[in-house]
Ligand binder design. Structure first.
Ligand code: SF4
Ligand code: SF4
Ligand code: FES
Length: 288
């Protein structure tokens, strides 16, 4: 068998169309002014604004624009990004006053009919520098709700097969697995704005995600973390968190379901009997 790599070329008409579309996408169409918050807490007495003007194109995202500004106009600009495809959650910021991902927001959409875009760091987070914020407390809150399957069986340490889970059991928590920990929801939350210790929508929704996972056996342990003064009862269900989530997760709904679960538990209810600890293949052998 030949190991030579085959060269693949697009049919000429498809190639021509592709090149045309790409040229159209990256052709400069107007000038936009970026008004950017600048603040280095280690050096500056107070924050200030800087303005930078760029020629922008249809395909340009806010992150592309920031990288161009950083590369060509102001290399001191502080920002955070990684995947550039809406998956790592690093580039969330205030774009014209709303929590959004810079890599998923196109400049011409943010500018609309105008020609000025205002960029600020996420609200409710301490500023590290300019548009970059400190996520230490956010991740501590996430960790506090024990975002992992709690089981004490030997099987977890030395697994011999998978746990069985039905589609219906999976559907109970599926949407919450889409969370990319971007912090947009916590930033939009009015409770978090006044109570720095509030666990917040991201962590509380994740607590619910694990509590209703049929493999989990951490009901008491996890509820002890969320049924507290700065826990789920501080949520007023205004829904701003769900409104800004770039992944379509509904943390506000998760928190209300969590509250319901805690109340029903006081009357003896448990969300599920944790899945049989025996992995599928051993269980099957037993059945035979
Ligand atoms: S729930 Fe949505 S907004 Fe909140 S951290 Fe997760 S992905 Fe971001
Ligand atoms: S629904 Fe709850 S967690 Fe979400 S923004 Fe409102 S108060 Fe915050
Ligand atoms: S850079 Fe990863 S989500 Fe924007």
């Amino acid at each position: 068998m030949s190991t030579e790599a085959k060269e693949y070329t697009l049919p000429p008409e498809v190639l021509e169309e592709t090149v045309k579309a790409s040229e159209e996408l990256w052709k400069p169409i107007k000038k936009v002014k970026f008004r950017i918050y600048k603040y280095n807490p280690k050096k500056d007495y107070a924050p200030h604004w800087e303005e930078y003007e760029l020629e922008v194109s249809k395909g340009m995202t806010i992150l592309d624009a920031l990288l161009e500004i950083k590369g060509e106009k102001d290399h001191t600009l502080g920002m955070r990004y990684s995947c550039r495809m809406g998956l790592c959650g690093s580039c969330a910021m205030m774009i014209n006053g709303k929590q959004m991902l810079a890599c998923q927001t196109r400049v011409i959409e943010a500018a609309g009919d105008g020609d000025v875009i205002e960029l600020r760091p996420l609200e409710n987070f301490p500023v590290t520098r300019d548009l970059a914020t400190d996520f230490t407390s956010f991740f501590e809150k996430h960790k506090a709700v024990k975002p992992w399957i709690i089981r004490d069986e030997e099987e977890l340490d030395n697994p011999t097969g998978p746990y069985k889970q039905t589609i219906e059991e999976y559907a109970k928590y599926y949407q919450f697995t889409d969370c990319i920990k971007c912090g947009a929801c916590l930033s939009a939350c009015p409770t978090a704005a006044t109570d720095y210790e509030y666990l917040g929508p991201q962590a509380l929704a994740q607590a619910y995600r694990y509590l209703v996972d049929s493999r989990d056996n951490g009901l008491d342990e996890r509820i002890a973390v969320v049924d507290v003064a700065h826990g789920c009862w501080r949520c007023h269900f205004a829904g701003s968190c769900s409104d800004v989530c770039p992944r379509g997760v509904d943390p506000a709904q998760g928190i209300q379901l969590l509250k319901g679960l805690i109340i029903r538990r006081k009357f003896g209810f448990k969300p599920h009997k944790p899945t049989e600890a025996l992995p599928a293949k051993i269980a099957k052998k037993k059945e035979q």
